[in-house]
Design a protein around this ligand. Structure first.
Ligand code: GLU
Length: 418
């Protein structure tokens, strides 16, 4: 029975944190500093809707840590956003940036709204007013937002413009994930999916499975899952199923991903795709495969579903797709987990490249972006593997230990300002 507690992301984040802190033997004071968010802002966002009604939305920006550099992390728009969720996501950004060794802390933002029923103009008004409300705590040296669920490069362009209008100068480095001709980086839209590809390939090596023999099930066909599918298929990896909110499609010989993308664009769904069978979402989640890649939402692999997944590797493209209770089950079953704070770090890594390029006003070609991304992802994969071996722990605990070690070290070096 999956309880509400199991699904609370902040409690899940806390469990992983305590587990790693115990292994590192961190003292109580350092634990308090590391787990308490540095700053939390809740703002009211009054917006005039298209029908003339005045509505007030709620927005959050949480800066979990700024010990290693400015806070960094996306902004999500969804009807079920909660402060606990944003807190958890902000802390995961701190650990994620530390795992891949970027000079950032962690932050996250969220606005409670349903983008599917809002017009473009309404979304723009929400975004601009939200930006104005959090303007004092963001900035290229303070806190750098980026896209997350239901936000995209257009949202980032509005934030950049609003911030710049207030500051009276164009400040491209205030957000990442911007359009290419507004200071965006080549390779940023594909970066999270590409990072998943790089770490999955390293994990497959551990099982001596060549990419051309690998079978992958992907849950989510948006920016992360869709890009991962496309890039994996290009390397000859077989994507045998794609799961979306309305169902799943299956082809044991591998789906034609480019054609599936065209089909989804035309029909709005992956279902009824020629050359595949429609199957139930759960049936697809439990298909036998080498890599299961959850790339949509939190809480997909739970104490209920973990005993039934049938893969060798879980590559967490989404943030928090596995609950802390499911961790144990996956470990007991010998499933190799590439934890979210490593697996999906490709996005923030290329965000970092974008911020560097903006500061230098000198832009890299795509090959350079992808080569440097690969270096960081592969190196981080083996940093985590080393911790796992040294401390005799599974990958998630190893990644948390590596991250906590790095953030705690920065705090010790800086000392506590009083
Ligand atoms: N939202 C993405 C994540 O969760 C990207 C964050 C960023 O680029 O700052 O990692």
């Amino acid at each position: 029975m999956v309880t509400a507690e199991e699904l609370n992301p902040w409690l899940n984040a806390a469990k992983r944190f305590e587990n790693a802190a115990d292994r590192l033997d961190l003292d109580d004071g350092m634990r308090k500093v590391l787990k308490t968010p540095a700053k939390e802002l809740t703002v009211a966002i009054p917006v005039m809707l298209d029908d003339g009604r005045l509505e007030v939305f709620t927005g959050y920006r949480v800066q979990h840590s700024i010990a290693r550099g400015p806070a960094k992390g996306g902004i999500r728009y969804a009807p079920d956003v909660t402060l606990d969720e944003v807190r958890a996501l902000a802390s995961w950004m701190s650990w994620k940036c530390a795992v891949v060794n970027l000079p950032y802390g962690g932050g996250k933002g969220g606005v409670i709204c349903d983008p599917s029923i809002l017009s473009d103009i309404e979304l723009e008004r929400i975004t601009r007013r939200y930006t104005a409300e959090i303007i004092d705590i963001i900035g290229p040296e303070k806190d750098i937002p980026a896209p997350d669920m239901n936000t995209n490069e257009r949202t980032m362009a509005w934030i950049m413009d609003t911030y710049s209008m207030h500051k009276r100068e164009t400040t491209t480095g205030v957000v990442t994930g911007k359009p290419l001709n507004l200071g965006g980086s080549r390779g940023r839209p594909e970066a999270t999916g590409r990072g998943c590809l790089f770490v999955s390939k390293e994990a497959l090596k551990q099982f001596h499975i060549p990419p051309t023999k690998a079978r992958v099930v992907i849950q989510g066909f948006g920016n992360v899952g869709g890009m991962a599918a496309r890039l994996m298929a290009k390397e000859g990896i077989h994507i045998i199923a794609v799961i979306e909110h309305d169902g799943a499609v299956h082809n044991p010989a591998g789906l034609d991903i480019e054609a599936l993308m065209v089909h989804k664009k035309a029909t709005g769904s992956v279902l009824d795709f020629e050359g595949a069978t429609n199957i139930d979402r759960d049936e697809a989640l439990f298909l036998e495969c080498d890599v299961l890649l959850p790339a949509a939402k939190e809480n997909v692999i739970t104490s209920d579903t973990a005993p039934k997944v049938n893969c060798k590797i879980v590559c967490e493209g989404a943030n928090g797709p596995t609950t802390a209770s499911a961790d144990k089950i996956l470990e007991e079953r010998g499933i190799f987990v590439i934890p979210d704070i490593l697996a999906n770090a490709g996005g923030v890594t290329v965000s970092y490249f974008e911020w560097v390029q903006d500061r230098q006003a000198y832009f890299w070609n795509e090959n350079l972006v992808n080569t440097r991304l690969e270096e960081i992802m592969v190196e981080s994969f083996y940093d985590v593997a080393r911790y796992s071996k040294q401390h005799g722990v599974e990958n998630r605990t190893a990644a948390y230990m590596l991250a906590l070690d790095r953030v705690a070290f920065a705090i010790k070096l800086r000392g506590i300002y009083a």
